[in-house]
Structures are given as structure tokens and as C-alpha cells.
Design a protein around this ligand. Structure first.
Ligand SMILES: CC(C)(COP(=O)(O)OP(=O)(O)OC[C@H]1O[C@@H](n2cnc3c(N)ncnc32)[C@H](O)[C@@H]1OP(=O)(O)O)[C@@H](O)C(=O)NCCC(=O)NCCS
Length: 178
């Protein structure tokens, strides 16, 4: 698996693995990509509408979309924003049903956390529900800890946090900088 890494303008980083491209961008600068991601979100999350997503993203000064796509289109994404200095809220994410179980969700999260760490964030927060068990398992395996449960109309909302530290990278997961 070979990785590329670029730092230019709003397209913060870029990697490639077996025909799959991973892009890290400001979603407000890449509306078509965001719309394709929102479509995947709609398929997997129930309700995920562009209008509401844009409205939320505009509330924050720093946003990050990590997207995986190949010639078949967007396979998965993670979307979030800087909640307060040093703390990132990983808000929405999904992998297209037909692409599940291929390591895409895990890779999206790894890239997100690596980028956040490099940008100086020290904590990433997220929330999920019992119905999203794959996400819950992946979060726990990736170092998140359960920090609370909020009762919502649609059931318990599980709050998770992970402390970000600059870890030694293995040669396989380490991107090659040009
Ligand atoms: C959660 C989601 C993003 C994961 O994407 P994915 O591409 O399938 O994830 P990966 O293939 O990287 O695998 C995730 C890892 O989680 C673990 N995992 C997931 N489900 C598991 C299960 N039922 N039992 C054991 N381990 C499990 C595994 O370690 C797995 O890696 P492996 O297949 O290499 O063993 C995807 O399933 C999804 O979009 N789900 C619906 C939407 C959703 O839940 N969004 C989040 C809402 S908060």
C-alpha cells in the first residue's frame, strides 16, 4: 500500500491505496464532494440533508471532510469541525453499504486522527447510538473511551472521547511526504 501526501491550499492531504483516493478538505470549499458524501450519509444514517449539513458547518470556523473515493464514486467519509480550541467534534460519517468491511471506515478514522494530531488538536469527540454498532466497535478499537450517555428522544446517545497523541508511525501506515 503506497501513500501520497500533499499540503496545498484547502486540499490538505491526499492519499491513494489500490485505486481508492483519500482526500482531506474543507467541505465548504468542495461542495460537490460534500454532496456526494451527504448522499452516502443519507443511505446509511437515515436523515442526512445537504441544507442542514451546510447550516451546521457554517457555524464553525474550522471544518474537515475526509473522503474516500474511486472511479465508482464516494465510498465513505468522515465530517467534523473544531468545537473549541484543541478539540475536534467528529460529527457524521458513513461507508456505503456495498463497500462495508473493506477497511475504509478504519482508514478514514486513522487519517482524520493523524491529521488532527498534526494540526495540534489534543482531543477528538464523537457520539453514536446503539443502532450503529459497527461504528461503536470501531471507535472503541480505535482508542475512544465512553464518557457519557445522553437520553434523547430517539434513544440513548453515547458520548465518546479520545486523547490524541503523536504516536510513532509504522512504515506501512506512514504517509510518504514528497
Ligand atoms: C461504521 C462504518 C463507518 C464502518 O465502516 P467499514 O468500512 O465497514 O469499517 P472497516 O471495514 O474499516 O471495519 C471496521 C472495524 O470495526 C470492527 N468491527 C466492526 N463491526 C464488527 C463486529 N460486528 N464485530 C467485530 N468487529 C467489528 C472490526 O475490527 C473492523 O475491522 P476488520 O473488518 O478489519 O476486522 C460503516 O459500517 C457504516 O457506515 N455504518 C453505518 C453508518 C454509521 O454507523 N455511521 C456512524 C454513525 S455515528
Amino acid at each position: 500500500m503506497k501513500w501520497g501526501y500533499l499540503l496545498s491550499g484547502t486540499r490538505a492531504a491526499f492519499g491513494q491505496a489500490g485505486g481508492m483516493h483519500f482526500e482531506l478538505v474543507d467541505p465548504l470549499d468542495h461542495r460537490e464532494l460534500l454532496a456526494a458524501c451527504v448522499a452516502v450519509g443519507g443511505q446509511r444514517l437515515g436523515s442526512c440533508r445537504m441544507g442542514k449539513v451546510l447550516k451546521t458547518l457554517r457555524l464553525y470556523k474550522k471544518r474537515l471532510l475526509v473522503a474516500a473515493r474511486d472511479e465508482r464514486g464516494v465510498a465513505g467519509f468522515k465530517l467534523g469541525f473544531c468545537e473549541r480550541p484543541g478539540i475536534f467534534h467528529s460529527w457524521l460519517g458513513a461507508v456505503a453499504l456495498e463497500r462495508e468491511g473493506q477497511g475504509i471506515g478504519r482508514r478514514l478514522m486513522e487519517l482524520q486522527h493523524q491529521h488532527l494530531t498534526e494540526q495540534g488538536y489534543h482531543k477528538v469527540r464523537t457520539g453514536t447510538r446503539n443502532q450503529f454498532k459497527r461504528m461503536l466497535i470501531l471507535n472503541l478499537l480505535s482508542g475512544f473511551e465512553l464518557v457519557g450517555v445522553r437520553q434523547r428522544r430517539d434513544g440513548p446517545h453515547i458520548q465518546l472521547e479520545k486523547r490524541l497523541t503523536l504516536a510513532a508511525k509504522s512504515p506501512e501506515s506512514s504517509p510518504e511526504r514528497p
